[in-house]
Design a protein around this ligand. Structure first.
Ligand code: UDX
Ligand code: UDX
Ligand code: ADP
Length: 465
């Protein structure tokens, strides 16, 4: 018999915690779900009466929030209160790559996780099940357990690993019908009881055979492995895209040809300007760091190559623009269509657009940007975060537009950085008329109709063709 959960708390109201808890609340009306965060502005946005103003842009999410919020879904900054009353606590705080000290640029920074563990230990007066939702290096559960057991008030804690596999932009579909739910726990009787309590939560809408249970370490490592394999596919196809450009092969034809092999499969074979997002790079760096820490040099080098290839792909795209524009972009207007790391999200973490823009700004280009969902503040913040030049210099060289036509007016070149659907339906003749000639399009996502653009008169560069 597993314990029946009636109150859940989730620490962290970000891209993972927000959508995941909204769906749990939607599907489990008998469980009270409270999502807490230190960031008051973020919580206020989650509580905005108009659910279109919630801080995470994700198709279908406003409807889910509208259905459950105020019924059994709550967003709050009262962290202690929510921890105290919950039987199950999800930790869904950010785990960025360390920017200082040992493991700088490689290891995950577990500062926020540790703070959560200490806070839970301090506040808890009843037994709790702690669920790791954030992606973490293998054996983090051990550290969390040690903190809880050594600083608590004598209450019992069980630790589970329950990594999230949702992809941004399709989070609601992924949460409603996941390929699998993965839950890792201790083999002890208490561990299994906790694990079953979480299985019961998901079983409200996920078929049992899709709920996989493992030990803690397998669960933690599976998350890193899944992201490493996915990223590896993108780097593999991107590596071949460069070869295609030199040989006359076409990467789309190659992808289609290999994708029909059922052992390879057709998904995740789109050549691009490089992968972004908060997970792929961070998780691989993490994997590399862990392998090195065990002295497994070949394993570390193997996976590190996925990142090296991705960095090359981003840099190569910027260089292609510079070279094609007669080796100088100084004072030229380059229009970026898209800034998010993929379509249907307002998330920009590790977006290739940031790094390509930074390279072009080094060449003193004037970069103009239009993205349907990313704010001006976010775009400037992303560039300032790199500390490549002063903030005032960034503001001087970058202009943000709220529509694509103005963004492209007078530009020497357009760089398509995100595969937003709306880019396909633009009046490209009109865009062409208003550009400086020769008018170039650099399609970093293979979204526009290359043949049509060539007919209009554009000079077109497409990755892998
Ligand atoms: C990823 C994993 O897919 C998800 O399971 C995990 O939980 C979190 O990390 P996410 O980063 O949200 O999800 O998006 P994903 O669709 O995986 O795309 C990641 C990056 O790869 C994007 O920049 C995307 O544009 C790029 N990509 C993806 C390609 O360049 N080509 C492809 O074929 C697929
Ligand atoms: C391969 C390709 O599969 C086939 O499409 C192509 O036409 C020729 O090359 P083959 O070499 O005959 O075929 O066998 P395959 O089943 O691909 O196995 C190749 C090697 O990989 C074997 O040594 C096999 O034991 C090994 N392997 C395969 C693994 O170690 N693990 C696996 O999961 C799969
Ligand atoms: P993810 O993509 O993993 O969800 P985000 O950065 O979008 O990452 O969200 C993580 C959230 O966790 C942020 O809103 C941050 O304010 C919150 N957070 C971090 N540490 C704590 C903490 N100790 N208590 C409460 N919230 C926290």
């Amino acid at each position: 018999m597993s314990k029946k959960i009636t109150k859940i708390c989730c620490i962290g109201a970000g891209y993972v915690g927000g959508p995941t808890m909204s769906v749990i609340a939607q599907k489990c009306p008998n469980i009270k779900v409270t999502v807490v965060d230190l960031n008051q502005a973020r919580i206020d946005a989650w509580n905005d009466p108009d659910t279109n103003n919630i801080p995470v842009y994700e198709p279908g999410l406003p409807e889910v929030v509208a259905e459950a919020r105020g019924r059994n879904l709550f967003f709050s900054t009262k962290v202690d209160e929510a921890i105290a009353e919950a039987e199950m606590i999800f930790i869904s705080v950010n785990t960025p790559t360390k920017t200082y000290g040992t493991g700088k640029g490689m290891a995950a920074d577990l500062k926020y996780i540790e703070l959560c563990a200490r806070q839970i230990a301090r506040v808890s007066t009843t037994d709790k099940i702690i669920v790791e939702k954030s992606t973490l290096p293998v054996r983090t559960a051990e550290a969390v357990k040690s903190i809880l057991q050594n600083t608590g008030n004598g209450v019992q804690f069980q630790i589970l690993s329950n990594p999230e596999f949702l992809a941004e932009g399709t989070a609601i579909e992924d949460l409603h019908a996941p390929d699998r739910i993965l839950i890792g726990g201790d083999p002890t009787e208490e561990g299994q009881e906790a694990l079953n309590a979480l299985v019961d939560v998901y079983a409200n809408w996920v078929p049992r055979e899709r709920i996989l249970t493992t030990n803690l370490w397998s669960s933690e490592l599976s998350k890193l492995t899944a992201n490493a394999f996915l990223a590896q596919r993108v780097s593999s196809i991107n590596a071949l895209s460069e070869l295609c450009e030199h040989t006359g092969a076409d990467i789309s034809e190659v992808a289609r040809s290999i994708g029909t092999d059922s052992r390879i499969g057709p998904k995740f074979l789109n050549a691009s300007v490089g992968f972004g997002g908060s997970c792929f790079q961070k998780d691989i760096l993490n994997l590399v760091y862990i392998a090195r820490s065990y002295g497994l040099q070949q394993v570390a080098d193997y996976w590190e190559q996925v990142i090296i290839m991705n960095d090359h792909q981003k840099r190569r795209f910027g260089n292609k623009i510079i070279k094609t524009l007669y080796n100088t972009v100084s004072g030229k207007k380059i229009a970026f269509l898209g800034w998010a790391f993929k379509k249907d999200t307002n998330d920009t973490r590790e977006s290739p657009a940031i790094f390509v823009a930074d390279d072009l700004l080094n060449e003193e280009a004037n970069v103009s940007v239009y993205d349907p969902k990313v704010s001006e503040k976010q775009i400037l913040g992303d560039l300032n975060y790199l500390h490549t030049r002063t903030e005032s210099k960034n503001s001087e060289l970058i202009t943000i537009f709220d529509n694509a036509y103005d963004c492209c007016k007078g530009a020497h070149a357009i760089a398509i950085m995100t595969e937003w659907d709306e880019f396909k339906t633009y009046d490209w003749e009109k865009i062409y008329t208003n550009m400086t000639k020769p008018a170039f399009v650099f399609d970093g996502r293979n979204v526009v109709d290359r043949k049509k653009l060539l007919e209009i008169g554009f000079k077109v560069y497409t990755i892998g063709k």
